[in-house]
Design a protein around this ligand. Structure first.
Ligand code: GDP
Ligand code: GDP
Length: 454
């Protein structure tokens, strides 16, 4: 058994082998019937795995590959098992002991409707000594009454219990975020803090042409690009050379492999999309030029904006668009994309390769805007001129004053305005538009927040 775990510890080799860092391992422990496998299925976004309704049914220990926010990791579901001669408590404690020795993080699942039993107390005693971080999932929080009980699990001494419902899926995103945070940093994340190729997500609804586009972009150059100087390449990503620059297309493993094994459910597909966007700096959203823009397209575009990533909208299958439609389309696009009229756009065909070369300059423009910092002096002289010419509308007889502003962050550009009163949404949008025009934020969301000082 120890040997089996040691294998998990080493991590599975990446699909392309190479020197990719081993995937971190999350071990899931808990009493039988607390909902471990239901929760694991939920975390993986798939439902095929069998859930046994009989308490204590013996299952093999199972490992799964999981992907969240662009990070691959292995989940070991210790499953149901029969308590051995030493009894339930001893068995669960032994399971926990093994988990904390071998995994990068341990998830203790507790049935929140039952609370902490003597078994959980015994396990917690073991886990409190763990060097690997331990998270507590309070499962079966399906309703408010149970939610109110969750705090009692603080008594386990393992930190904040996280409410989840394996059944409904609520809380699983937060739990996954916490799991990733608990893992030790990898080279990939060190890369994320600067340096290395810029990270691009290629997203869009099913059948819009993502894998065709990836093929078009990589062509037969992958062999060359994989050699790129000394960086660890996460096997889920593709390095692509475009316009004399190497780009990292994130989470492309599922696009490259046409097996589409795990992408069966829409739920899984949307997790993938979110993961890719979060892992990227700029997203290329493919939409189908031959069809009207759909709610699903808009949802994905919106996800990019909410995540604060730079945005390029690529109208794909342009080869299918006839002349009549072409004339209509520009207007249609302007109308459909009014919320993101600042986005970079390009009309392409993944099949023919048309205009695919235009992608790189669009990506660059969007990223430059995303990175742009406006010096405070320049920002404030722009702002005082603007506000003098167009004062904010008065409310309740009081004229709000904009005192000063700073750009608090880049990636995306985020501005904070200090005012003496509330600024209406319309006026804030006006300021944003002027900021965009003046300092050129083509291709990036811009955030503006207002601090009222009375
Ligand atoms: P395991 O033995 O610890 O892996 O637990 P299972 O995943 O097999 O779940 C045991 C039972 O709890 C099954 O009947 C599940 O349907 C049920 N269950 C799992 N998660 C939840 C949940 O969030 N809410 C409720 N009400 N039941 C759940
Ligand atoms: P994905 O599900 O987003 O990865 O989409 P695929 O790349 O699998 O493409 C779905 C279908 O659209 C396939 O039949 C492709 O051949 C087709 N397709 C993709 N891009 C284009 C394009 O630019 N023009 C045309 N005519 N067909 C395309």
């Amino acid at each position: 058994d120890e040997a089996e775990w040691a294998e998990f510890e080493a991590g599975e080799p990446g699909e392309e082998g190479g020197d990719a860092a081993p995937q971190p391992v999350l071990a899931v422990v808990g009493r039988p019937n607390v909902g471990k496998s239901t929760l694991v299925n939920r975390l993986l976004g798939r439902r095929e795995a069998v859930v046994q309704d009989t308490p204590g049914v013996t299952r093999d220990r199972v490992t799964y590959d999981a992907l969240w926010n662009g990070r691959r990791f292995t989940v070991v579901d210790t499953g149901g098992w029969e308590p051995d001669a030493k009894g339930l408590q001893a068995s669960v404690a032994a399971q926990a002991e093994l988990a904390m020795k071998t995994a990068d993080a341990v998830l203790l699942v507790v049935d929140a409707r039952v609370g902490a039993t003597s078994t959980e107390e015994a396990v917690a005693k073991v886990l409190r000594r763990s060097k690997a971080p331990v998270l507590v999932a309070a499962n079966k929080v399906d309703d408010r009454r149970t939610a109110n009980e969750v705090h009692t699990l603080w008594s386990l001494g393992l930190g904040e219990p996280m409410p989840v419902s394996g059944l409904h899926g609520t809380g699983s995103g937060d739990l996954l975020d916490a799991v990733l945070e608990a893992f030790p940093a990898t080279p990939r994340e060190l890369l994320a803090s600067g340096g290395g190729p810029r990270r691009v997500a290629l997203v869009g609804k099913p059948n819009v042409g993502k894998s065709s586009m990836l093929n078009q972009l990589t062509g037969d150059q992958r062999a060359v690009v994989d050699e790129v100087a000394g960086t660890t390449v996460d096997p889920v990503d593709s390095l692509v050379e475009l316009d004399d620059e190497v780009w990292r297309f994130v989470d492309t493993a599922g696009l490259r492999k046409r097996t589409k094994t795990a992408s069966g459910t829409e739920y899984y597909a949307s997790l993938r999309t979110k993961g890719a966007i979060d892992a990227a700096e700029v997203a290329v959203v493919l939409v189908d030029a031959a069809q009207p823009l759909s709610d699903q397209d808009l949802r994905i575009i919106n996800q990019v904006v909410e995540a604060g990533r730079a945005l390029v909208v690529a109208y794909n299958k342009w080869d299918l668009v006839d002349d009549d439609r072409r004339r209509m389309l520009e207007k249609e696009i302007d109308r459909d994309l009014i919320q993101v009229r600042w986005a970079e756009r390009v009309n392409v065909s993944a099949s023919t390769g048309r205009s695919v070369a235009k992608l790189a300059p669009r990506l660059r423009t969007a990223l430059e805007s995303w990175d742009r910092r406006v010096p405070t002096g320049q920002l404030n002289s722009f702002l005082s001129d603007l506000v003098a010419a167009y004062p904010p509308p008065a409310r309740g007889g009081r004229q709000p004053k904009v005192m000063f502003a700073t750009q608090a962050r880049t990636r995306p550009p985020t501005f904070v305005l200090f005012t003496t009163g509330f600024l209406e949404a319309g006026y804030r949008r006006f300021l944003e538009r002027k900021l965009r025009e003046t300092f050129d934020f083509t291709g990036t969301p811009v955030r503006l927040s207002v601090r009222v000082r009375e």
